[in-house]
Ligand binder design. Structure first.
Ligand SMILES: [Mg+2]
Length: 489
Protein backbone atom coordinates (compact mmCIF):
# COMPACT_ATOMS: atom_id res chain seq x y z
CA UNK A 1 0.00 0.00 0.00
CA UNK A 2 1.35 3.37 -0.95
CA UNK A 3 0.93 5.58 2.08
CA UNK A 4 2.30 9.07 2.48
CA UNK A 5 1.99 11.78 5.09
CA UNK A 6 0.36 15.09 4.12
CA UNK A 7 2.74 17.33 2.23
CA UNK A 8 3.21 20.68 3.82
CA UNK A 9 4.78 23.87 2.68
CA UNK A 10 7.61 25.12 4.82
CA UNK A 11 5.64 28.10 6.13
CA UNK A 12 2.85 25.82 7.39
CA UNK A 13 5.10 23.50 9.40
CA UNK A 14 5.00 23.06 13.15
CA UNK A 15 8.41 24.01 14.52
CA UNK A 16 9.81 22.56 17.67
CA UNK A 17 12.02 24.25 20.30
CA UNK A 18 11.74 21.50 22.88
CA UNK A 19 10.96 17.89 22.11
CA UNK A 20 7.25 17.21 22.53
CA UNK A 21 5.50 13.86 22.30
CA UNK A 22 1.90 14.66 21.42
CA UNK A 23 0.92 11.12 22.38
CA UNK A 24 1.61 11.95 26.02
CA UNK A 25 -0.45 15.15 25.85
CA UNK A 26 -3.84 14.36 27.36
CA UNK A 27 -5.49 17.79 27.32
CA UNK A 28 -5.16 20.76 24.98
CA UNK A 29 -6.31 24.26 25.92
CA UNK A 30 -6.98 26.82 23.21
CA UNK A 31 -7.12 30.57 23.23
CA UNK A 32 -9.75 31.96 20.82
CA UNK A 33 -8.89 35.36 19.31
CA UNK A 34 -6.10 35.10 16.73
CA UNK A 35 -5.64 31.45 17.72
CA UNK A 36 -8.79 29.48 16.82
CA UNK A 37 -10.42 32.48 15.19
CA UNK A 38 -8.32 34.53 12.83
CA UNK A 39 -9.22 38.07 11.81
CA UNK A 40 -8.29 40.25 8.87
CA UNK A 41 -5.67 42.16 10.83
CA UNK A 42 -5.85 45.34 8.81
CA UNK A 43 -9.67 45.52 8.90
CA UNK A 44 -9.73 44.95 12.64
CA UNK A 45 -6.87 47.28 13.49
CA UNK A 46 -8.13 49.94 11.10
CA UNK A 47 -11.46 49.93 12.93
CA UNK A 48 -9.74 49.91 16.36
CA UNK A 49 -7.62 52.83 15.18
CA UNK A 50 -10.68 54.79 14.03
CA UNK A 51 -12.34 54.32 17.43
CA UNK A 52 -9.19 55.44 19.19
CA UNK A 53 -9.03 58.47 16.95
CA UNK A 54 -12.69 59.34 17.62
CA UNK A 55 -12.11 59.17 21.37
CA UNK A 56 -9.06 61.38 21.14
CA UNK A 57 -10.82 63.85 18.81
CA UNK A 58 -13.66 64.05 21.36
CA UNK A 59 -11.04 65.25 23.87
CA UNK A 60 -10.10 68.03 21.45
CA UNK A 61 -6.88 66.47 20.15
CA UNK A 62 -5.92 67.45 16.56
CA UNK A 63 -5.99 63.89 15.16
CA UNK A 64 -8.33 64.38 12.17
CA UNK A 65 -5.62 64.00 9.54
CA UNK A 66 -4.00 60.91 11.01
CA UNK A 67 -4.21 57.67 8.99
CA UNK A 68 -3.63 54.10 10.11
CA UNK A 69 -0.45 52.67 8.59
CA UNK A 70 -0.33 48.89 9.07
CA UNK A 71 3.32 48.73 7.98
CA UNK A 72 4.51 51.18 10.61
CA UNK A 73 4.36 48.73 13.51
CA UNK A 74 4.75 45.00 13.89
CA UNK A 75 4.53 42.47 16.68
CA UNK A 76 7.62 42.25 18.89
CA UNK A 77 8.49 45.96 18.84
CA UNK A 78 8.84 47.85 22.10
CA UNK A 79 7.46 51.29 22.93
CA UNK A 80 9.97 53.38 24.86
CA UNK A 81 7.48 55.51 26.81
CA UNK A 82 10.27 57.67 28.25
CA UNK A 83 11.64 58.85 24.89
CA UNK A 84 8.55 58.51 22.71
CA UNK A 85 10.26 55.92 20.51
CA UNK A 86 9.41 52.63 18.90
CA UNK A 87 12.35 50.26 19.06
CA UNK A 88 13.40 46.80 18.01
CA UNK A 89 15.95 44.97 20.10
CA UNK A 90 18.00 41.86 19.65
CA UNK A 91 17.80 38.86 21.98
CA UNK A 92 20.08 40.55 24.53
CA UNK A 93 17.87 43.64 24.76
CA UNK A 94 20.23 45.90 22.75
CA UNK A 95 18.43 48.40 20.55
CA UNK A 96 19.01 47.67 16.86
CA UNK A 97 16.44 49.96 15.21
CA UNK A 98 14.56 52.97 16.56
CA UNK A 99 11.92 55.43 15.42
CA UNK A 100 11.01 58.68 17.10
CA UNK A 101 7.43 59.53 16.22
CA UNK A 102 7.18 58.30 12.66
CA UNK A 103 10.78 59.05 11.68
CA UNK A 104 13.62 56.59 11.80
CA UNK A 105 16.47 57.63 14.10
CA UNK A 106 19.76 58.04 12.27
CA UNK A 107 22.59 55.80 13.35
CA UNK A 108 24.39 58.41 15.47
CA UNK A 109 21.29 59.59 17.37
CA UNK A 110 20.31 56.01 18.00
CA UNK A 111 23.79 55.22 19.29
CA UNK A 112 23.81 58.24 21.61
CA UNK A 113 20.31 57.44 22.91
CA UNK A 114 20.70 53.74 23.49
CA UNK A 115 24.36 52.72 23.60
CA UNK A 116 24.21 52.32 27.38
CA UNK A 117 20.71 50.87 27.48
CA UNK A 118 19.66 47.26 27.83
CA UNK A 119 15.92 46.88 27.52
CA UNK A 120 14.43 45.04 30.48
CA UNK A 121 10.73 44.46 29.99
CA UNK A 122 10.23 44.25 33.76
CA UNK A 123 10.68 48.06 33.83
CA UNK A 124 7.56 50.12 33.37
CA UNK A 125 9.32 52.27 30.77
CA UNK A 126 9.07 49.57 28.08
CA UNK A 127 5.85 48.29 26.54
CA UNK A 128 6.22 45.13 24.49
CA UNK A 129 3.80 44.81 21.57
CA UNK A 130 2.70 41.25 22.24
CA UNK A 131 -0.01 40.53 19.72
CA UNK A 132 -1.61 41.62 16.49
CA UNK A 133 -4.02 43.67 18.61
CA UNK A 134 -1.11 46.03 19.35
CA UNK A 135 -0.66 47.45 15.86
CA UNK A 136 -3.23 50.29 16.10
CA UNK A 137 -1.92 51.23 19.55
CA UNK A 138 1.71 51.44 18.39
CA UNK A 139 0.80 53.33 15.22
CA UNK A 140 -1.29 56.02 16.89
CA UNK A 141 1.24 56.45 19.70
CA UNK A 142 4.04 57.12 17.17
CA UNK A 143 1.89 59.65 15.32
CA UNK A 144 0.86 61.39 18.55
CA UNK A 145 4.52 61.73 19.57
CA UNK A 146 4.97 63.93 16.49
CA UNK A 147 1.95 66.03 17.46
CA UNK A 148 3.31 66.34 20.99
CA UNK A 149 6.71 67.47 19.67
CA UNK A 150 4.92 70.15 17.66
CA UNK A 151 3.23 71.27 20.94
CA UNK A 152 -0.18 70.50 19.51
CA UNK A 153 -1.40 68.55 22.56
CA UNK A 154 -0.66 71.05 25.35
CA UNK A 155 -2.38 69.16 28.17
CA UNK A 156 -0.04 66.17 27.83
CA UNK A 157 3.03 66.40 30.03
CA UNK A 158 5.44 64.16 28.17
CA UNK A 159 5.87 60.88 26.32
CA UNK A 160 4.99 58.68 29.34
CA UNK A 161 1.88 60.71 30.06
CA UNK A 162 0.96 60.41 26.39
CA UNK A 163 1.22 56.64 26.55
CA UNK A 164 -0.92 56.50 29.70
CA UNK A 165 -3.61 58.53 27.99
CA UNK A 166 -3.64 56.35 24.89
CA UNK A 167 -3.84 53.27 27.08
CA UNK A 168 -6.73 54.68 29.09
CA UNK A 169 -8.71 55.29 25.91
CA UNK A 170 -7.73 51.90 24.54
CA UNK A 171 -8.86 50.09 27.66
CA UNK A 172 -12.17 51.89 27.89
CA UNK A 173 -14.58 48.98 27.85
CA UNK A 174 -17.06 50.65 25.55
CA UNK A 175 -14.48 50.87 22.75
CA UNK A 176 -13.89 47.12 22.74
CA UNK A 177 -17.64 46.58 23.04
CA UNK A 178 -18.33 48.68 19.95
CA UNK A 179 -15.61 46.94 18.01
CA UNK A 180 -16.89 43.52 18.95
CA UNK A 181 -20.48 44.48 18.12
CA UNK A 182 -19.27 45.44 14.62
CA UNK A 183 -17.63 42.06 14.22
CA UNK A 184 -20.68 40.14 15.45
CA UNK A 185 -22.79 42.05 12.91
CA UNK A 186 -20.31 41.69 10.01
CA UNK A 187 -18.31 38.52 10.65
CA UNK A 188 -17.59 37.98 6.94
CA UNK A 189 -15.78 41.31 6.83
CA UNK A 190 -13.49 40.62 9.77
CA UNK A 191 -13.04 36.88 10.07
CA UNK A 192 -10.93 34.56 7.92
CA UNK A 193 -12.65 31.18 7.79
CA UNK A 194 -10.45 28.08 7.85
CA UNK A 195 -12.16 24.71 7.40
CA UNK A 196 -8.99 22.94 8.47
CA UNK A 197 -8.99 24.30 12.03
CA UNK A 198 -12.14 22.40 13.10
CA UNK A 199 -10.75 19.32 11.32
CA UNK A 200 -7.48 19.53 13.27
CA UNK A 201 -9.48 19.72 16.50
CA UNK A 202 -11.71 16.81 15.44
CA UNK A 203 -8.56 14.71 14.96
CA UNK A 204 -7.43 15.62 18.47
CA UNK A 205 -10.88 15.08 19.95
CA UNK A 206 -11.24 11.58 18.51
CA UNK A 207 -7.65 10.79 19.50
CA UNK A 208 -8.91 11.15 23.09
CA UNK A 209 -7.48 14.56 23.95
CA UNK A 210 -9.58 16.64 26.29
CA UNK A 211 -10.06 19.95 24.54
CA UNK A 212 -10.63 23.20 26.40
CA UNK A 213 -11.39 26.69 25.22
CA UNK A 214 -9.89 29.32 27.52
CA UNK A 215 -10.55 32.84 26.29
CA UNK A 216 -10.58 36.31 27.76
CA UNK A 217 -13.49 37.18 25.49
CA UNK A 218 -16.92 37.31 27.05
CA UNK A 219 -19.71 34.79 26.48
CA UNK A 220 -21.80 37.04 24.26
CA UNK A 221 -18.83 37.45 21.87
CA UNK A 222 -17.36 33.94 22.12
CA UNK A 223 -20.59 32.18 21.11
CA UNK A 224 -21.19 33.97 17.78
CA UNK A 225 -17.48 33.76 16.87
CA UNK A 226 -17.27 30.02 17.51
CA UNK A 227 -20.68 29.37 15.89
CA UNK A 228 -19.54 31.25 12.79
CA UNK A 229 -16.08 29.72 12.45
CA UNK A 230 -16.68 26.13 13.58
CA UNK A 231 -20.25 24.84 13.19
CA UNK A 232 -20.39 24.99 9.39
CA UNK A 233 -17.33 22.72 9.13
CA UNK A 234 -18.30 20.11 11.74
CA UNK A 235 -20.08 16.81 11.01
CA UNK A 236 -23.87 17.03 10.85
CA UNK A 237 -25.48 17.52 14.24
CA UNK A 238 -22.26 18.53 15.98
CA UNK A 239 -21.49 22.02 17.27
CA UNK A 240 -18.30 23.54 18.66
CA UNK A 241 -19.64 22.97 22.18
CA UNK A 242 -19.42 19.20 21.60
CA UNK A 243 -15.69 19.49 20.89
CA UNK A 244 -14.74 21.19 24.14
CA UNK A 245 -14.85 19.39 27.44
CA UNK A 246 -14.65 22.70 29.29
CA UNK A 247 -15.22 26.23 28.02
CA UNK A 248 -13.89 29.18 30.02
CA UNK A 249 -14.84 32.70 28.95
CA UNK A 250 -13.76 35.96 30.62
CA UNK A 251 -10.71 34.05 31.85
CA UNK A 252 -8.63 37.18 32.58
CA UNK A 253 -5.38 35.60 31.42
CA UNK A 254 -2.62 35.87 32.55
CA UNK A 255 -4.24 36.12 36.04
CA UNK A 256 -6.11 32.88 35.21
CA UNK A 257 -2.78 31.06 35.30
CA UNK A 258 -1.38 32.70 38.44
CA UNK A 259 -4.23 33.30 40.90
CA UNK A 260 -7.16 31.47 42.43
CA UNK A 261 -10.42 33.04 41.31
CA UNK A 262 -13.81 31.35 41.56
CA UNK A 263 -15.49 29.82 38.55
CA UNK A 264 -19.01 30.96 37.67
CA UNK A 265 -21.17 28.59 35.66
CA UNK A 266 -22.79 29.92 32.50
CA UNK A 267 -26.30 28.57 32.91
CA UNK A 268 -28.03 29.56 29.68
CA UNK A 269 -27.49 30.87 26.16
CA UNK A 270 -28.01 34.43 27.36
CA UNK A 271 -24.87 34.03 29.45
CA UNK A 272 -26.53 34.18 32.87
CA UNK A 273 -24.25 33.03 35.65
CA UNK A 274 -24.38 31.25 38.96
CA UNK A 275 -21.53 30.70 41.41
CA UNK A 276 -19.97 27.29 40.97
CA UNK A 277 -19.55 25.44 44.24
CA UNK A 278 -19.16 21.92 42.83
CA UNK A 279 -16.47 20.16 40.87
CA UNK A 280 -16.20 21.32 37.30
CA UNK A 281 -18.50 19.41 34.98
CA UNK A 282 -17.73 18.06 31.52
CA UNK A 283 -19.44 19.96 28.71
CA UNK A 284 -20.03 23.03 30.86
CA UNK A 285 -19.10 26.64 30.21
CA UNK A 286 -17.67 28.83 32.95
CA UNK A 287 -16.60 32.38 33.49
CA UNK A 288 -13.43 33.33 35.39
CA UNK A 289 -11.78 30.61 37.43
CA UNK A 290 -8.19 29.46 37.59
CA UNK A 291 -5.85 27.09 35.86
CA UNK A 292 -5.02 25.33 39.16
CA UNK A 293 -8.67 24.39 39.63
CA UNK A 294 -8.81 23.22 36.04
CA UNK A 295 -5.73 21.04 36.56
CA UNK A 296 -7.44 19.45 39.58
CA UNK A 297 -10.51 18.67 37.50
CA UNK A 298 -8.40 17.16 34.73
CA UNK A 299 -6.30 15.20 37.21
CA UNK A 300 -3.28 15.83 35.02
CA UNK A 301 0.17 17.25 35.63
CA UNK A 302 1.52 20.25 33.73
CA UNK A 303 3.51 18.24 31.22
CA UNK A 304 0.40 16.40 30.07
CA UNK A 305 -1.37 19.65 29.14
CA UNK A 306 -0.62 21.69 26.03
CA UNK A 307 -1.75 25.29 25.82
CA UNK A 308 -2.04 26.96 22.45
CA UNK A 309 -2.25 30.75 22.11
CA UNK A 310 -1.02 33.77 20.20
CA UNK A 311 -0.13 36.03 23.14
CA UNK A 312 3.54 35.69 24.05
CA UNK A 313 3.02 36.82 27.61
CA UNK A 314 -0.61 36.05 28.51
CA UNK A 315 -0.77 32.67 26.81
CA UNK A 316 2.71 31.27 26.66
CA UNK A 317 5.20 32.94 29.02
CA UNK A 318 3.12 32.72 32.20
CA UNK A 319 1.75 29.26 31.42
CA UNK A 320 5.23 27.92 31.01
CA UNK A 321 6.79 29.77 33.94
CA UNK A 322 4.13 29.20 36.56
CA UNK A 323 2.44 25.94 35.64
CA UNK A 324 5.02 24.20 33.46
CA UNK A 325 2.33 23.38 30.93
CA UNK A 326 3.63 22.58 27.48
CA UNK A 327 3.11 25.54 25.20
CA UNK A 328 2.45 26.32 21.54
CA UNK A 329 2.62 29.83 20.11
CA UNK A 330 0.55 30.75 17.06
CA UNK A 331 2.43 33.32 15.01
CA UNK A 332 0.50 34.02 11.84
CA UNK A 333 3.18 36.35 10.47
CA UNK A 334 5.54 33.38 10.27
CA UNK A 335 4.13 32.56 6.83
CA UNK A 336 5.16 35.92 5.33
CA UNK A 337 8.43 35.76 7.23
CA UNK A 338 9.36 32.38 5.79
CA UNK A 339 8.23 33.32 2.27
CA UNK A 340 10.42 36.45 2.41
CA UNK A 341 13.44 34.46 3.52
CA UNK A 342 12.85 31.87 0.79
CA UNK A 343 12.50 34.52 -1.92
CA UNK A 344 15.86 35.98 -0.86
CA UNK A 345 17.62 32.63 -0.74
CA UNK A 346 19.82 33.05 -3.83
CA UNK A 347 20.85 36.56 -2.84
CA UNK A 348 21.53 35.33 0.71
CA UNK A 349 24.07 32.85 -0.70
CA UNK A 350 25.73 35.70 -2.63
CA UNK A 351 25.71 37.89 0.46
CA UNK A 352 27.27 35.17 2.63
CA UNK A 353 30.04 34.61 0.06
CA UNK A 354 30.72 38.36 -0.07
CA UNK A 355 30.77 38.60 3.72
CA UNK A 356 33.25 35.74 3.89
CA UNK A 357 35.52 37.57 1.43
CA UNK A 358 35.14 40.72 3.50
CA UNK A 359 36.07 38.91 6.71
CA UNK A 360 39.14 37.42 5.03
CA UNK A 361 40.26 40.83 3.81
CA UNK A 362 39.71 42.40 7.22
CA UNK A 363 41.75 39.63 8.81
CA UNK A 364 44.58 40.27 6.31
CA UNK A 365 44.55 44.01 7.07
CA UNK A 366 44.67 43.30 10.82
CA UNK A 367 47.59 40.90 10.40
CA UNK A 368 49.53 43.36 8.19
CA UNK A 369 48.98 46.14 10.75
CA UNK A 370 50.25 43.91 13.56
CA UNK A 371 53.31 42.97 11.44
CA UNK A 372 53.99 46.66 10.77
CA UNK A 373 53.67 47.51 14.47
CA UNK A 374 56.13 44.75 15.41
CA UNK A 375 58.53 45.95 12.76
CA UNK A 376 58.33 49.57 13.93
CA UNK A 377 58.82 48.67 17.61
CA UNK A 378 61.21 45.78 16.96
CA UNK A 379 59.59 43.03 19.02
CA UNK A 380 58.12 39.59 18.38
CA UNK A 381 58.36 37.56 15.17
CA UNK A 382 59.20 39.71 12.13
CA UNK A 383 58.10 39.36 8.48
CA UNK A 384 60.48 39.70 5.52
CA UNK A 385 58.57 42.73 4.18
CA UNK A 386 59.68 46.31 4.65
CA UNK A 387 57.49 48.91 6.36
CA UNK A 388 56.82 50.50 2.99
CA UNK A 389 55.71 47.19 1.47
CA UNK A 390 53.39 46.53 4.40
CA UNK A 391 51.85 50.00 4.12
CA UNK A 392 51.27 49.47 0.40
CA UNK A 393 49.73 46.07 1.08
CA UNK A 394 47.36 47.52 3.69
CA UNK A 395 46.33 50.25 1.26
CA UNK A 396 45.62 47.75 -1.54
CA UNK A 397 43.51 45.61 0.84
CA UNK A 398 41.58 48.74 1.83
CA UNK A 399 40.81 49.60 -1.80
CA UNK A 400 39.57 46.06 -2.37
CA UNK A 401 37.49 46.22 0.80
CA UNK A 402 35.82 49.45 -0.33
CA UNK A 403 35.01 47.90 -3.69
CA UNK A 404 33.51 44.89 -1.93
CA UNK A 405 31.44 47.14 0.35
CA UNK A 406 29.92 48.83 -2.68
CA UNK A 407 28.58 45.47 -3.87
CA UNK A 408 27.67 44.16 -0.42
CA UNK A 409 25.89 47.35 0.78
CA UNK A 410 22.75 47.17 -1.39
CA UNK A 411 22.42 43.41 -0.80
CA UNK A 412 22.75 43.85 2.97
CA UNK A 413 20.18 46.66 2.85
CA UNK A 414 17.73 44.46 0.94
CA UNK A 415 18.28 41.70 3.52
CA UNK A 416 17.58 44.14 6.37
CA UNK A 417 14.35 45.29 4.72
CA UNK A 418 12.91 41.83 4.07
CA UNK A 419 9.24 41.60 5.02
CA UNK A 420 9.02 45.18 6.35
CA UNK A 421 11.07 48.15 5.04
CA UNK A 422 11.26 49.78 8.48
CA UNK A 423 11.74 46.82 10.78
CA UNK A 424 12.84 43.86 8.66
CA UNK A 425 12.11 40.29 9.66
CA UNK A 426 10.13 39.73 12.83
CA UNK A 427 12.47 37.14 14.28
CA UNK A 428 15.75 38.77 13.28
CA UNK A 429 17.48 41.91 14.51
CA UNK A 430 20.51 42.72 12.41
CA UNK A 431 22.55 39.56 12.19
CA UNK A 432 21.10 38.19 15.39
CA UNK A 433 17.80 36.89 16.75
CA UNK A 434 15.22 39.48 17.77
CA UNK A 435 13.81 39.77 21.27
CA UNK A 436 10.63 38.16 19.99
CA UNK A 437 12.69 35.22 18.74
CA UNK A 438 14.37 34.95 22.14
CA UNK A 439 10.99 34.81 23.87
CA UNK A 440 9.70 32.35 21.32
CA UNK A 441 12.62 30.01 22.00
CA UNK A 442 12.38 30.40 25.72
CA UNK A 443 8.67 30.04 26.34
CA UNK A 444 7.10 28.21 23.41
CA UNK A 445 7.82 24.47 23.18
CA UNK A 446 6.47 24.52 19.64
CA UNK A 447 5.30 27.26 17.29
CA UNK A 448 3.45 27.51 14.04
CA UNK A 449 1.57 29.99 11.88
CA UNK A 450 -1.90 28.57 12.54
CA UNK A 451 -3.75 25.89 14.47
CA UNK A 452 -4.74 24.01 11.31
CA UNK A 453 -1.05 23.18 10.78
CA UNK A 454 -1.56 20.50 13.42
CA UNK A 455 -3.21 18.54 10.61
CA UNK A 456 0.21 18.05 9.11
CA UNK A 457 1.58 16.22 12.13
CA UNK A 458 -1.43 14.29 13.55
CA UNK A 459 -2.26 14.06 17.26
CA UNK A 460 0.24 11.20 17.67
CA UNK A 461 3.38 12.93 16.46
CA UNK A 462 6.71 12.91 18.27
CA UNK A 463 8.20 16.33 17.64
CA UNK A 464 11.95 16.56 18.03
CA UNK A 465 13.84 19.79 18.39
CA UNK A 466 16.78 20.36 16.08
CA UNK A 467 20.27 20.34 17.52
CA UNK A 468 20.96 23.68 19.20
CA UNK A 469 23.76 25.85 17.84
CA UNK A 470 26.33 28.19 19.34
CA UNK A 471 28.86 30.35 17.45
CA UNK A 472 31.57 27.65 17.67
CA UNK A 473 29.17 25.09 16.12
CA UNK A 474 29.06 26.94 12.80
CA UNK A 475 32.88 27.17 12.74
CA UNK A 476 33.16 23.45 13.48
CA UNK A 477 30.60 22.69 10.79
CA UNK A 478 32.48 24.77 8.22
CA UNK A 479 35.81 23.17 9.15
CA UNK A 480 34.47 19.65 8.90
CA UNK A 481 32.89 20.42 5.49
CA UNK A 482 36.26 21.72 4.27
CA UNK A 483 37.95 18.52 5.57
CA UNK A 484 35.41 16.38 3.78
CA UNK A 485 35.96 18.27 0.54
CA UNK A 486 39.76 18.06 0.79
CA UNK A 487 39.55 14.31 1.61
CA UNK A 488 37.59 13.78 -1.61
CA UNK A 489 40.21 15.51 -3.74
MG1 LIG B 1 -5.50 35.59 21.48
Amino acid sequence: MNYSTPTMSLERKVFCNRTLNLRSIRAIGYDMDYTLVHYHVEEWEQRAYEYLKQQLAAQGWPVHNLQFDPQMVCRGLVIDTEKGNLIKTNRFGFVKHAMHGISKLDFETQRQTYSRTIVDLAEKRWVFLNTLFSLSEGCIYAQLVDLLDQRLIPEVLGYSDLYERVKTVLEAAHMEGRLKADIINNPERYIILDAETPLALLDQYYAGKKLMLITNSEWHYTVPMMNYTFNRFLPHGMTWRDLFEIVVVGARKPAFFTTYQPFFEVVDDAGNLKPNSNRLQKGTAYLGGSARELEKYLGLSGDEILYVGDHMFGDVHVTKNVLRWRTALILRELEDEIRSVQSFHQKEIELSALMERKENLEAKICQARTDLQRLQHQYGPQTASSAQDLEKLIESFRVELNRLDEITGPLAKAAAELNNPEWGLLLRAGNDKSYLAYQLERYADIYSSRVSNFLNISPFAYLRSPQGSLPHDSVLEKTSTQHLLSDKK
